[in-house]
Design a protein around this ligand. Sequence first.
Ligand SMILES: Cc1cc2nc3c(=O)[nH]c(=O)nc-3n(C[C@H](O)[C@H](O)[C@H](O)COP(=O)(O)OP(=O)(O)OC[C@H]3O[C@@H](n4cnc5c(N)ncnc54)[C@H](O)[C@@H]3O)c2cc1C
Length: 531
Amino acid sequence: MTEHVDVVVIGAGFVGLYAVHRLRDRMGLSVLGFDTASDVGGTWYWNQYPGARCDIESVHYSYSFSEELQQEWVWSERYAAQPEILAYLNHVADRFDLRRSFRFNTPVESMTWDETASVWQVHTPTGTVTARFIVSGAGNVSIPKQPEFPGLADFAGEVYATHRWPQQGVDLSGKRVGVIGTGASGIQLIAAIAPEVEHLTVFQRTANFATPLRNRPTDLEEWEKIRANYPQIRVASRNNFLGVVTDPPEPSAKLADPEQRRARYEHYDAIGGFHLLMSSYADLLLDEESNETISEFIRSQIRARVTNPAVAELLSPRDHPYCTKRPPMETGYYETFNRPNVTLVDVKTNPIEAVTPRGLRTGGEEYEFDVLILAMGFDAFTGALLAMNPTGRDGVTLAEKWNEGPRTLLGIASEGFPNLFMITGPQSAVALYNNPLAIEDHVEFASDAIGYVLERGLSTIEPSVQAESDWVRMINEMADMTLFPRAESWYMGANIPGKPRGLLTFVGGAPAYRAICAEIVENDYRGFSVA
Ligand SMILES: Cc1cc2nc3c(=O)[nH]c(=O)nc-3n(C[C@H](O)[C@H](O)[C@H](O)COP(=O)(O)OP(=O)(O)OC[C@H]3O[C@@H](n4cnc5c(N)ncnc54)[C@H](O)[C@@H]3O)c2cc1C
């Protein structure tokens, strides 16, 4: 007999853990979770590469749903490293007894809507489970981008990828290492491994605007203050555009006095993290001239830190405005290129021709190394969802429906796929919203919607065609008001060959997104068809 539950939850990261707790423990539903991984943690289970850490301050990059949890956990650094975040998620799993609701090492291979029974059939290698609802926490940066160059299988040395780093670690000491990719993960990894390897060759296609993280250890005194004020901190975060706490920005960079502007940039650069973006000027993502002032400030910082002017220029982004790609945060990244054992290779001018048995060929030259590390980014937002092959009403697949780009309402649900909630899905507010809080908001919206359907003895909830079209149009109109379309970024789906190009995230900020969600709920799920 086919096993049946109220809700299937996919993924055991920040989303899956909270979803199981909320649906099972607070709402009393039967819940079954699946994860391909062998344990909890999601992003922080898979991305165990040297240097991996969050770049939103840990006081914000953590759950807010349980005051007891907040009170009992203290982070050792301003920005926690991967082992500590993984330990935290394990603690959450233990504390709320969540593991018993998950089947690990079990990928969801496909899911099919059964119109007659009004249930989803969820197919895994170990069998089929039916569920009235699905809450997907499959992750929006969990499916890697595939290499576009040939020859990987021919490489005679070791190959690793940041997104699947071996749990037992890798000994790189004394080895010649090649790294492909200088996005957020590559930048963390490169700075961390440079001192230990014999030689490091960095293959850069796109220079990024990396700015200082300014990480430091924290002490108990600091945490006492935070713990005494968590409720206020969380309210302030949720009222902040990015879901953190920052100073309010001045209105316009281009209208500011140049000396005061530089002083402001220097001040927030010294504080570190996202404060430079969030607290300097409000029009950085809207006005090219304003954006150029901060772009040039960051380039000047790079020139001041990198001794070889040609290398500094190569590291200076010229092909996109600041923050139209996910801005990485760094600790000593630029100084890495002053080391005698580090070489930067431009693979934009001379694209990678092939990986060879001994290394990599580009521009007619072969670079040799013992270990190759891929840090090439993700098939973001849609990759993990489409990989589960959802088939909705009338046999239409999600891939067919999203042939020309995602169509959703709130980035949470898509018409024709009833009772399927895509937490932090494409066109949701996640890319510019501190993820744990964004995730809590989305999980709460989904679980409340499930409660609404069940309490009324109804069967299904899904967006109306009109409301979905309106949301897609609004996402595109908002995109056109910003500088985001100016970059070939994963925000735009432009890093994956063949992927439809379009902004994949709501860029109106956390407070606006939350207000829209609240308004929909207050008006009996306006824009959703409930039957
Ligand atoms: C290196 C790195 C650093 C980051 N730093 C930050 C940060 O500082 N701030 C921030 O806000 N965000 C950051 N992020 C984004 C991060 O992904 C989120 O913050 C958060 O961890 C996402 O949680 P999640 O539960 O949505 O997804 P994930 O943590 O990605 O978990 C998804 C889980 O679903 C499982 N899964 C996927 N498909 C299937 C399937 N078909 N069947 C079964 N299981 C499946 C995966 O195995 C995975 O365990 C970072 C991401 C990376 C990669």
